[in-house]
Ligand binder design. Sequence first.
Ligand code: C2E
Ligand code: CA
Ligand code: CA
Length: 567
Amino acid sequence: MYQNFGRFNSTDGKRQVLVVEDEQINREILGMMLENDFHLLYAENGREGLELIRANANTLSAVLLDLNMPVMTGYELLEVLKADPELQRIPVVVLTGEESAEVTALRMGAADFITKPFSMPEVVMARITRAIELSEDRYVIATTEQDEMTDLYRREFFYHYCEQFELHNPGRPMDAMILDIDHFHMINELRGRDFGDEVIRLIGRHLKRMAAEDGAIAGRLEGDCFLLLYPHTDRPEDVLEELNRTLLALDDRGRVRMRMGVYPADDAGVDVPSRFDRAKTAADTVRGSYTRSCAVYDDRLHQRELLNESLIDQMDEALRERQFVVYYQPKYAVQGGEPRLNSAEALIRWQHPTMGLVSPGVFIPLFEENGLIRKLDRFVWEEAAAQIRRWRDELGYTLPVSVNVSRVDMYDPDLAETFRSIVEKNGLTPDALMPEVTESAYTEDSEQIIRAVEELRALGFRIEMDDFGSGYSSLNMLSVLPIDALKLDMSFIRNMCRGEKSIRMLELMMDIARYLDVPVIAEGVEEESQVQALKAMGCDVIQGYYFSRPVPADQFETFIKEELSKC
Ligand code: C2E
Ligand code: CA
Ligand code: CA
């Protein structure tokens, strides 16, 4: 009878219904008619009814309401319910003897009415059931419940449904799982959007079946990200493996795979969205890993989250107290005889009062997430410009310094103006301060990034593309990108010792740079042999521990003085 049931039901499939009726005989009749199909609650007047409704707001599927009662009438109760945004979704079926009252009640927001004396039980049942189904459908439509492509629940509805499910199934431990596809953007790019859509649909079908068979709830967050509330298991990787096996149907070489993060069931009272946030935190730890594809949120991750939060809280104070220090790492031009100091890269460090020197790898990604990075980057650019000026004044040498520009900064409409005013304030020309923009920023929103870069170049700034080879710029795109230097991603240098293939890769990068007519910078160079090989391939500039680690400004002076002695 209930096609739609299975939504807000408890384990035994019954919904909860409240009967508000002052006459005992009527309560008893309704009880007999309905108790096999519903969990019934009873109230003897409007006020009692309201209390019960408030106490069961999340689980109640319908209210049967008598209109004429002592203490608080049905009309009064109806008025309160319909004015309360939390309670108005609960359908009210009015119990009445007079036709005129029916009309009034319907106007006031009642979903339906049942006339007294009660007619056939079938009619009463049908009216209540229909009222419930309609109200649930309306809720569903209002939240555009299902994702069109997969038929899985969308985020809001998914969370809401999980909450309902748990309210009706207390004590049943459920794990929060989040799944996404490895390198989905690559799959889309290489094999076409239609194939990508096919992958999403197949996953959707699999998850739906799993939800039905295993008593789970499945949703689609966005893009290639899926949510699963799953009965607790000690082997979540089995769920993942089953999915991956299904995906073999689309690619029998297993190149389309998913990865997963899990927040296991616990009784700490963490709300549903936060549990999925934590599952996501766990999933992020296996991003880019070739060996692991499933991670479970544990205490170590929790501690890290707490640490992250405290770093975010402390940033402003740290800026005020000058705990952030800019280090400089030299870059050397290597073509020609002896290496010559070419420029430096400014790299931030946090001199934390209790944690010691904290590396940017820890806090930069955090600050990028919430936009705090803009403040910090601006600080670094100003420090670096002031330092260039100081060296010029004290040593008579203008050393160009490149600074990192986060992808977040690229969306700032005042970016070019900020750079211009910083160099102007320090009496420098734009070629002294070089913005480094990571390649993956270009692929994210290329139009916006290109616009920002063009504005900077129009003012005379030279742009380095950082981490080249880590993003997925196509050759086509590269040829139109406004850039002045390519900085190879460190992983290529690290892999040099691995032989032929990686060397050929490097040679290819050099060819691209020659084609674009820009110099190539290699960073992360630690060994003499790497320097020689890169030099032979035509690499122009080298940065790395081989020459020096990043050092504070006063130590960096040595490199400038040394360079001056060569002139
Ligand atoms: P990046 O821009 O790619 O910077 C290069 C990183 O490689 C630096 O790490 C540098 O210390 C390290 N490195 C240099 N030579 C070698 C070497 O020979 N071997 C090895 N193993 N590493 C080497 P660092 O300073 O920890 O910075 C990490 C990342 O943090 C940077 O990567 C950059 O993305 C970000 N970052 C640093 N400072 C800033 C900043 O002021 N603003 C922004 N937005 N990001 C920054
Ligand atoms: Ca950089
Ligand atoms: Ca880099």
